[in-house]
Ligand binder design. Structure first.
Ligand code: FEO
Ligand code: CA
Ligand code: CA
Ligand code: CA
Length: 597
């Protein structure tokens, strides 16, 4: 399709922002919404039906998990658009609203574990104008659970830094936890980022790496350390267990018997996700954010080259390559960056940048650290080379239309407080409540180590007096937006942004927004949908050629309790009525489709 927002088949009138107290899923006029799959939906022929008041770990392991975050929907080749595979990860659990107060604690912990991980589910529809349904018992359906074995690949595989008494090989890791965003590769695999993995482990908390990764001696929120010694790295033989998490995971949704991989060459940090683009040279480049206040932006360049149609070759590209971390330099005088978000005199937050090497050509570029150490303790390695401290990089995604890379900085309430670093041109707001988005243009090929950058937007609600910037587009003509998190592109190159955290900032529920990137309308933000109370918007997946949008609704009603729910999404069973089969009067994280009709 021709580029430019006017050439998309998906046209809509922006919705008004929805107050944070409202428990509703809101779409534009002329559109309707429907869940495709919800927490607890049975995936296999032997799966028990969801029983909200009597949930078990055994049932949960055969059902759709909790808190779906990264989502993609890929058509199955040869199905004439009538079958697709849905991938989601299940980032974390909200036990306070999953089981009644006083539920058996051992079973509750096991339910929590079984509700984490990943899911692959087949979808079907009668024809390309109809909405999708998931297919129970379909051949590709799979749950990846806490005992699923992942193969660690790349330079750290077999290293003494990742061996445990249960895995002396240092190559076979059980489970994935805290998976946040992700990406879909040009060869059809899915990447998923292990983000807040530290929250699953008790550790001594005294080493430099424990401190840098937030590993402490406090009991964890879910207390899995009571069930399995590996969740307490003070236990003999499990000292390295936490080193086996914090990676990018790669799975093949088209092969339910395949062994998922953890890609050590891409470094270990609180990976939000990874998104891949093929460079002109054929090397593949992955962009990755470390979602922590004042942490860094990374780039991976594969050693091997992409070969169109050679899936076997391409499936190994992320196992070996170079790793870089970003340094941004602004072009305006420091005195003009006031911390309010107001533009400097040259009228732009912009400048140049450099990708600083951490591993190049299989060798460490960091003095005093081996390749294995750089990749396991990537934050410590990066600290030594002087990269730019960012305001929590969430999704980082290249446009396949332009090659420009969008770095979503969600917020950073600590910037400029106490002894913390103050505003810089690339992170120009102190106590950054609403976040901003950086646009990177590589100089030359995508593998270049030099780039130019400019801010696409500084978020907020102009109507409430926030200082904002939308690439010059009139601030009184945009939808208010706060805490951008996940992004996707439509078929004509518009950027779509989902948010997480708007209620506590601008006071509106989180949502999904379209942003025009080119021409006179550049910077125009239009809200497409709004999610229910306490939820964040994830995914998103934009099939604008079919006038359909998909989002994952994560943690609806999470501030409530099981007994006093904040949300009844998505079943919305009226009080005092008997739920229809399969429905419950309680919040359920779900994947939702929005379509004309
Ligand atoms: Fe799980 Fe960075 O959001
Ligand atoms: Ca400037
Ligand atoms: Ca996220
Ligand atoms: Ca988030």
């Amino acid at each position: 399709a021709k580029e430019g927002f006017g050439n998309s088949k998906l046209q809509f009138t922006a919705i008004k922002p929805v107050d944070k107290a409202v428990d509703a899923f809101t779409v534009p006029e002329g559109f309707t919404w429907q869940p495709i799959i919800r927490w607890g939906d049975p995936l296999f022929n032997d799966s028990p039906e969801f029983d909200l008041n009597n949930q078990t770990a055994a049932a949960q392991a055969r059902q759709f998990g909790y808190n779906n975050d990264y989502t993609d929907i890929v058509e199955i080749p040869g199905s004439k658009g009538r079958r697709a595979v849905l991938f989601t990860n299940h980032e974390y659990t909200n036990e306070n609203i999953m089981v009644p107060a006083g539920y058996d604690p051992v079973e509750t912990r096991a339910i929590g574990r079984a509700a984490h991980g990943l899911a692959v589910v087949e979808l079907e529809r009668k024809n390309t104008t109809k909405p999708w349904s998931y297919v129970k018992g379909a051949p590709l359906n799979r749950r990846y659970l806490s005992d699923t074995t992942y193969e660690l690949t790349g330079p750290v595989a077999g290293s003494s830094l990742v061996k445990t008494v249960a895995d002396p090989s240092g190559r076979a890791i059980k489970g994935t936890f805290g998976n946040c965003s992700g990406g879909t590769t040009p060869w059809g695999t899915i990447l998923s980022g292990e983000e807040n993995f530290n929250g699953y482990f008790v550790s001594a908390g005294t080493s430099a790496s424990d401190k840098r990764y937030g590993l402490t001696a406090k009991p964890t929120a879910r207390k899995w350390e009571l069930d399995d010694p590996r969740f307490d790295t003070r236990n003999a033989g499990y000292e390295n267990e936490a080193n086996r998490f914090g990676w990018i995971v790669e799975v093949d949704p088209f092969d339910p018997t395949s062994t998922p991989k953890k890609r050590s060459a891409m470094g270990r940090f609180k990976h939000e996700g990874a998104n891949v683009i093929v460079a002109e040279s054929g090397h593949v480049v992955a962009y990755m954010g470390d979602d922590e206040k004042f942490d860094y932006l990374y780039k991976f360049v594969s050693k091997g080259k992409y070969v169109e149609g050679d899936r076997r070759n391409n499936m190994n590209l992320l196992s070996e390559g170079d790793l870089y971390v970003a340094k941004f330099t602004g072009n305006s005088p420091a005195a003009e960056i006031t911390g309010t978000g107001a533009l400097p005199a040259d009228g732009a937050f912009d400048g140049t940048g450099e990708w600083l090497p951490l591993v190049v050509g299989g060798k460490s570029a960091v003095p005093g650290m081996s390749v294995e150490e750089v990749l396991v303790y990537t934050r410590l390695a990066a600290d030594k080379v002087g990269p730019t401290k960012m305001d929590r990089c969430e999704d980082v995604q290249p446009s396949l239309h332009t090659g420009k890379v969008y770095v979503v900085c969600t917020n950073n309430s600590d910037r400029g407080t106490g002894t913390k670093e103050g505003a810089t041109e690339v992170n120009p707001r102190t106590q950054n409540r609403d976040g901003h988005i950086v646009e990177i243009t590589e100089t030359g090929d995508q593998t270049s180590t030099l780039f130019n950058w400019t801010l696409l937007m500084v978020c907020g609600d102009p109507a409430q007096g926030d200082v904002t910037y939308f690439s010059g587009y009139p601030a009184d003509k945009v939808s208010p937006i706060s805490c951008p998190d996940n992004v996707a592109f439509d078929s004509v190159g518009n950027l779509w942004i989902s948010t997480d955290g708007a209620p506590s900032g601008i006071g509106y529920n989180d949502g999904l927004f379209r942003v025009t990137l080119d021409g006179a309308e550049r910077g125009r933000v239009e809200q497409f949908l709004s999610v229910p109370r306490d939820a964040e918007t994830c995914g998103p997946v934009i099939h604008d050629d079919e006038r359909t949008v998909f989002v994952s609704v994560q943690h609806p009603g999470e501030e409530g309790t099981f007994e006093a729910p904040h949300s009844f999404f998505p079943d919305y069973v009226p009080a005092g009525t008997t739920p229809a089969p399969g429905q419950v009067r309680a919040p359920r994280p779900s994947v939702v489709q929005v379509f004309r009709g």
